[in-house]
Structure formats: structure tokens, C-alpha cells
Design a protein around this ligand. Structure first.
Ligand SMILES: Cc1ncc(COP(=O)(O)O)c(C=O)c1O
Length: 342
């Protein structure tokens, strides 16, 4: 039997030896009292990386997003985002259930956002539920790791400013966008009122995300995190993994991107993916023209020791990450090509 290749997600990584050693050695304190030196250092570092005043460590990307949204959008008002955005598709109604936030979406378009369309959706006070914030996702998960062009983000900032709205970035994979396009993290930071970033997607940390913003917003975020049960105690053990990931695993994302592109090129002849659209570490196969639906495809691949993710009835995601090398990519190409050829 061949070695199993796990491409379900870039979150399936195991902490490396070096990361585990850093976790074991981390000085810790009670972070609910603000006493954990490793958490504090990570928060300060990440805030500075994005040119913001403050950051807050959170257990997950979903919680980091939802904390930020509750800080930006008062109950009974509205968030605008893409129809396939993680905040509305995968966060189990949290914005409405916990924050009392209405979410309205523009038609899913991944990174190809039309800022004029977004502007046309804004509802001003006095005309129903008022819009208070716009959220974007960089990179865009459901759109196969697509990177929103920086010029589009700038125009969205102008829309937000013109309408008095906040702009949030779900930057779970902002590192991947930074490596793909070379846009400095501080330039991203300058565009957004709040960001969430993840250390557990592609960077190899077992846990951990941060909310980033002004000191005033992060002070409020701390209260929201506590209300959501996200206050952790000796969390420095986890923050140390994140610090190690930032030190060692950001630049290497370029390898994942190159491997993803190599896979996309291998599959292009089947008409399931456009390699030009594969900019980062995710390869989304569109099986519309094949008889197999995504769930069946994933089951057949698993029998051949390739684990993939059925994202929708017709979309299968293959994710590159730290624990996969060129041999794993060769194996995935062989399995997927075998299924598509049959
Ligand atoms: C774009 C995006 N945002 C947020 C999240 C949520 O992260 P978590 O699973 O840590 O809650 C994910 C998870 O994959 C994601 O892809």
C-alpha cells in the first residue's frame, strides 16, 4: 500500500519537532489576566507586522472573525460580503446568532470583486437595516485560494470611506497572498479596520488566530472573546507554536504555491481547473462536466490513498501544505489523472 497523501486541508499538518520544542520551552502565565509573556509577544509582533496598534490571540479563525464582526457591526445592522465567504458559509450562523448581525451577500465571485456593485448594495441609515461593514477574504478559500488584486481592495477602502463603513479582512491565508503577490503585510494592514489571521492554515501551528486592529477595538475584542468563551489561560504554549510558524514557515509557502500550480497544470487537459487561476496553495477541481460528483470522487480517491475535500456537490479541493513534498504531489497527480481519465 502506498503512503497516504492528505490534501483535504492545509490544517491537517502536525507540529514539527522544532515547533514542539518551542512550545515546551515557552514561558507562560494566565492570559485572561494578560500575564502570558509568549502570548503578549506574539500579539505585539503580529500587530506590528500589519502596522496596527494591537492584536488579540484567539483559538480559531472562526472565533477571530466573529469577534471582529461583533466589534465592527452593532446588533441589528448589516455586514456585506461575498456569497461564498467563510464568515457566511462556514461559521454556522454565528454573526446572526451571537452578534445579532444581518449578513447580505454579493453574488459569489471569489477574488473578482466589483467595488461598484458592492457600493450599490450599501444601505444607508433610514432605509432598513443599515450596512456597517464590508468583509473580504484574502485569499479566498472557496474560490481555490484566489488572490483579490490589491487595486480592488483599495477601491473597496474608498467605498467604505465614502459610506462611513468599516472594512474587515478574513485573512486566514493572508500570508499566502503576501507570498504570491509580494504585497507587504503592512500595506494590507493599512487598508483594513480589522483583520483576522490564522497560524494553523498552511503555517503548521496546531491552533491559533489573531484579531488585529486599533487599541480601542482590541480592548473591546478582548471582552467579546471572553463572552464567547475564548479566554485561554497558559496559552503561551500555543502562541509559541504560532511564533515558530511565523519565524520558519511563511517564506516556504512559495513551495506550496509552485506545487499547487504543477498539479493544476497536470489536470488542465481535463478541463477541471485553469492553472492561471491557481495562485496559492489550493487547487479546486470543477467536476461539472464529469459524471462523478464530488463526494464520489473523494471516495474513489480515498481508496487510492489520496484524501481530498468535497467542497460542494461539484467542487473538490486539494490543499498543499507543510507536510507534503514533491513525491506526494506526484502521487496526487497520478491518482487524480487516473480517475479523470477513467
Ligand atoms: C478563509 C477562512 N476563514 C476562516 C476560517 C476558519 O478557521 P478555523 O477553522 O480556525 O475556525 C477558515 C478555515 O479553513 C478559512 O478557510
Amino acid at each position: 500500500m502506498s503512503v497516504r497523501v492528505d490534501m483535504r486541508s492545509d490544517t491537517v499538518t502536525r507540529p514539527t519537532e522544532g515547533m514542539r520544542a518551542a512550545m515546551a520551552a515557552a514561558p507562560v502565565g494566565d492570559d485572561v489576566y494578560g500575564d502570558d509573556p509568549t502570548v503578549n509577544a506574539l500579539q505585539e509582533r503580529v500587530a506590528a507586522m500589519f502596522g496596527h496598534e494591537a492584536a488579540l490571540f484567539a483559538p480559531s479563525g472562526s472565533m477571530a472573525n466573529q469577534i471582529a464582526l461583533q466589534v465592527l457591526v452593532p446588533p441589528g445592522s448589516e455586514l456585506l460580503c461575498d456569497g461564498d465567504a467563510h464568515v457566511v458559509t462556514y461559521e454556522i450562523g454565528a454573526a446572526a446568532a451571537i452578534g445579532g448581525i444581518s449578513t447580505r451577500t454579493w453574488p459569489a465571485c471569489g477574488p473578482d470583486i466589483d467595488p461598484d456593485l458592492v457600493a450599490s448594495l450599501v444601505r444607508r441609515p433610514g432605509f432598513g437595516v443599515p450596512t456597517r461593514a464590508i468583509a473580504v477574504e484574502q485569499t479566498h478559500n472557496q474560490a481555490g485560494g484566489g488572490v483579490i488584486p490589491f487595486g480592488t481592495l483599495r477601491r473597496l477602502r474608498e467605498v467604505a470611506d465614502a459610506e462611513g463603513l468599516a472594512l474587515h479582512c478574513d485573512g486566514a491565508r493572508i500570508w499566502h497572498a503576501h507570498v504570491a503577490d509580494g504585497i507587504p503585510l503592512r500595506e494590507y494592514g493599512a487598508l483594513f479596520d480589522s483583520m483576522s489571521v490564522c497560524l494553523s492554515k498552511g503555517l503548521g501551528a496546531p491552533v491559533g488566530s489573531l484579531v488585529i486592529g486599533s487599541a480601542e477595538k482590541i480592548a473591546r475584542a478582548r471582552v467579546v472573546r471572553k463572552r464567547m468563551g475564548g479566554g485561554m489561560r497558559q496559552a503561551g504554549i500555543l502562541a509559541a507554536a504560532g511564533t515558530y510558524a511565523l519565524d520558519n514557515h511563511v517564506e516556504r509557502l512559495a513551495d506550496d504555491h509552485a506545487r499547487a500550480r504543477r498539479m493544476a497544470e497536470a489536470f488542465a487537459g481535463y478541463g477541471v481547473v485553469d492553472p492561471e487561476r491557481v495562485r496559492t496553495n489550493l487547487v479546486m477541481l470543477d467536476l461539472t462536466k464529469f459524471r462523478l460528483d464530488a463526494t464520489e470522487f473523494v471516495a474513489v480517491a480515498a481508496e487510492r490513498d489520496l484524501l481530498a475535500n468535497a467542497m460542494t456537490p461539484r467542487l473538490v479541493r486539494l490543499a498543499l501544505h507543510l507536510d507534503l513534498d514533491d513525491d506526494a504531489v506526484d502521487r496526487a497527480i497520478e491518482v487524480v489523472s487516473g480517475i479523470l481519465a477513467a
